[in-house]
Design a protein around this ligand. Sequence first.
Ligand SMILES: [Zn+2]
Length: 345
Amino acid sequence: MIDFEATSIAIILFAFLIFIFAYWKDATAEGFSSDRIFDSVFMIAIGSFLGGKLLFRNLSVDYIKYQLLTSPFILEGILIGGALAVFFAIKKNRWDGWKIGDMLAPALSMYQAILFLGFFIRTGQLSMLILLSGFGSLTFFIRYLKTNHKLGSSTRYFELKRLNRLTFTGGLFATYLTGSSLIAILFLLTHQNFSNWFWWFQFSFYFFILISSLFLIKRRLNIEGIKMNSFIEKIKSILVRRSKQIDKDINDIAENDPFNVEASDGHRNEDELGEEVQDNQQHGISEAIKGELNDEKDMIKKSLSKLEKGTYGYCIKCGKAISEDRLKANPTAEYCMACENKIAK
Ligand SMILES: [Zn+2]
């Protein structure tokens, strides 16, 4: 429980401001509208306030009249109220819940770290220091996943997908849920109070979140695994099919080449000069087409080996990712649209 006096309010407000800034910065970088993000911040603030004040109490008219403002916050109430507000914001804005979860996770964990830092400085309690180090480590771990493994970033999502690497929307959110519920469970175990029903409620509450988050991680990883492979598999099958078609075409050309036809007859009529000129011409055309087809085959081989190595889909001039639409239309494209246009000029 968090008491409701001036210093506590100041700590909560300061931490909440940092939360708003981190959430807003990440979400707008991902293309979410600034107005709607602030709109959802407002909903989260109302939701967590009401949750923290109204849930898990014997509600009476007197409580609401005289004690609502002065009563301490109940942390689990804040979490449930805030989560409901996020749920409504997602429905209202038709957001992708997993993506918003990834935007909220770093901000939430930083919010809790700052909160417990403030309370530790104020009270000097060892329990606050434990919570501070728990959420501090979680914040660093989530930041590490975000910057080094590009989790929760959709601009990198398509690049990673193209490289046939693991992508994971909801990864930061799931990490936050697992980490924060583990911290809470460890905290409760060091502060046992078996005779208190609320202790048991808290314990089951965080245990439920922990199990659900582990289940969600497993499920999300399977879904992303399927999504991730579909683009690569599509490109691969287009390339292999085209390569087989080329082999067939080269064979057909060889069969129709007058040089080869006559070679299989075992003799050439040296006297009929006109026919030989014609044959020479035909042979020249066949060779030219064969040359083009072989060049295309080399390009396909190159693309297939790039797919294996995970370097497929990048412009060899500027290094930027080539758009998926361009790659679907021209799977062996080596330049992005901009560079291609520059070269053509
Ligand atoms: Zn380029």
